[in-house]
Design a protein around this ligand. Structure first.
Ligand code: ADP
Ligand code: MG
Length: 567
């Protein structure tokens, strides 16, 4: 005990962090972060590819989601591990950047880390790994760009079929994969309909549960669910050819007495005049709408029963409380402008379309505007089974829409089914041989990690991954099998290009980029510090520290020397 006292007297303990702060660091911390990331990847691993499984996630509120989309699953998993959260973020960013490849990016990142683990355990400094990984990713991306095939300069018909192939590849891994050709061509038509406009919401997806998937249809224009309507609505015509359309952002409702208004009258007769004035105002508004020549009146705000009847008497169709989004899309499609006043409605602000119709779709009635002049909108009305099914179908279509759009914009594609991954892997292995030094090993590991995609595609389909991978390696090494990937139907290998398993190059480029960055980020973290959250938590921690187990202090005592060596 005397010796201990002597030590303490010589080396006073330095306390930098608040008591109760939790800090873990060093190699063990790195390895534990890698393990956490592997665990996260394991959660989405089985969803990859056309034979991937779906996940059913339900929360304590009783919401059930069935999904195959990496980003959606990761979001719902509610991951709390700080390092593993990075994987959630890259899945999300892949989703917003390119819209597909979300499972791929998570798997790649986790595999890069997994390959790095033995090196870290052997005491390799992570900066060396990071440097080699970065180099490898640049080489890989350059190679993808070199291998990508351009679809530029093809005729519209050819382009359409090429784009449909890309969309079908995306959809093949989804619940609606069985109808992928049907939906792929629908998506391509929708994307081509809106042309170069980047606003995603110009493609509306309306979900009507029930019925058959094949009952889904594309409207070259806008469609939305019939809004709430008042008596008199039934007498309005439900179909027009070449109607003029008036879009409003005002209320067409009789407001006899506002709730809190107080009017003092000396003579009861005066009351009548006030009521009359209200009626005059609304009739004036309605007259102006009618005089504009519009046959369809839409408003974001309410259209009351008086107005509904008034329009019905004049063979005009009206709908109130149309959502902002739908109204904007009608405006974009029909070439109209939303008015905030009925004074001065000139012809230019009215929209038009070839056919307007109110139609029954399943249990719902829809207002459908088709043949719109500016043609910049398209709406997919999605049918099919249960709510969860149709929600997932919508997410899948969203992926496909993004993919077609990307392919159209960047117009280069690469073979999927793990073909491009195998080819990059081979290329990096060859490159590694030209490097002397440790970097050779690291680049080799990076190359090996890329094989996770074909391996997982096989595993998920129930094929012997080792067998297929050996065949693929041999084929790619022969120099003329660059397009060979996993044949998901037979469990062998096949030319992905010939089988039309195509993906936009940008999906792969972005995935490799993001996965490498995430892996490097996680490898560069060797310490996690958790701050005590609240006073009470601090109190508790302090109490335990006084009991002789002050973790914050203990962790930090070891730090001085190491920290200095590091920086
Ligand atoms: P992600 O969320 O990463 O897009 P997916 O579940 O959509 O994951 O799977 C995409 C992978 O499946 C890609 O690597 C793609 O090449 C592959 N794939 C898609 N269709 C086929 C197919 N018919 N045959 C082989 N591989 C396919
Ligand atoms: Mg996909």
């Amino acid at each position: 005990s005397c010796r201990g006292g002597f030590c303490c007297a010589q080396q006073p303990q330095i306390i930098l962090l608040k008591e109760g702060t939790d800090a873990s660091q060093g190699k063990a911390q790195l390895v534990s972060n890698i393990n956490a990331c592997t665990a996260v990847a394991d959660a989405v691993r089985t969803t990859l590819g056309p034979r991937g499984m779906d996940k059913l996630i339900h929360d304590d509120k009783g919401n059930t989601t069935i999904s195959n989309d990496g980003a959606t699953i990761m979001k719902l998993l509610d991951i709390v591990h700080p390092a593993a959260k990075i994987l959630v973020d890259i899945a999300k960013s892949q989703d917003s950047e390119v819209g597909d490849g979300t499972t791929t990016v998570v798997l790649l990142a986790a595999e890069f880390l997994k390959e790095a683990k033995p090196f870290i355990e052997d005491g390799v400094h992570s900066q060396n790994l990071i440097r080699s990984y970065r180099t490898a990713s640049y080489l890989a991306i350059d190679k993808i760009k070199e291998l990508a095939v351009s679809i530029e300069g093809k005729s519209l018909e050819e382009k359409k079929s090429l784009l449909a192939k890309c969309a079908a590849t995306t959809l093949s891994s989804k619940l609606i994969g069985g109808e992928k050709e049907f939906f792929a061509s629908m998506v391509v038509d929708a994307v081509l309909a809106i042309g170069n406009d980047d606003r995603l919401n110009l493609i509306g997806i309306k979900k009507v549960p029930g019925g058959n998937m094949r009952d889904s249809f594309l409207v070259n224009g806008v469609a939305f669910k019939k809004t709430f309507s008042y008596a008199g609505f039934e007498q309005q015509p439900k179909k027009f050819l070449n109607p003029k359309i008036l879009l409003l952002n005002i209320e067409l409702e009789l407001k006899s007495e506002k709730e809190n208004a107080e009017i003092r009258l000396s003579d009861p007769l005066q009351y009548q005049s006030i009521v009359d004035a209200e009626w005059n105002i609304i009739y004036d508004k309605l007259d102006k709408c009618v005089q504009s020549g519009a046959k369809i009146v839409l408003s974001r705000l309410a259209i009351g029963d008086l107005a509904t009847q008034y329009f019905a008497d004049r063979d005009i169709f009206c709908a109130g409380r149309v959502t902002e989004e739908d109204l904007q899309r009608v405006a974009a499609a029909t070439g109209g402008t939303v008015q905030t006043s009925v004074n001065n409605i000139i012809d230019e602000v009215l929209g038009s379309c070839e056919v307007f119709e109110e139609k029954q779709v399943g249990n719902e009635r829809f207002n459908i505007f088709s043949g719109c002049p500016s043609g910049q909108t398209a709406t997919i009305v999605l049918r099919g089974g249960a709510d969860q099914f149709i929600e997932e179908a919508e997410r899948s279509l969203h992926d496909a829409i993004m993919i077609v759009r990307r392919a159209l914009k960047n117009s280069t594609v690469v073979p999927g089914g793990g073909a491009i991954d195998m080819e990059i892997s081979r290329f990096l292995r060859l490159h590694a041989r030209t490097i002397a030094g440790k970097s050779q090993l690291f680049i080799n590991s990076y190359a090996k990690a890329l094989e996770v995609i074909p391996r997982q595609l096989c595993d998920n389909a129930g094929y012997d991954a080792t067998d297929v991978l050996n065949k693929l390696r041999q084929k790619h090494a022969s120099g003329e099998g660059a397009n060979y990937g996993v044949d998901i139907n037979t469990g062998g290998i096949a030319d992905s290009f010939a089988n039309f398993v195509w993906e936009p190059a940008v999906v792969k480029i972005n995935a490799i980029n993001a996965a490498t960055e995430a892996a490097c980020l996680i490898l560069s973290v060797d310490e996690t510090v958790k701050n005590p959250k609240s006073e009470s938590a601090q109190g508790e921690a302090a109490a335990s520290a006084m009991a002789g187990r002050g973790r914050g202090g203990a962790a930090f005592r070891g730090r001085g020397g190491r920290g200095m060596r590091r920086r």
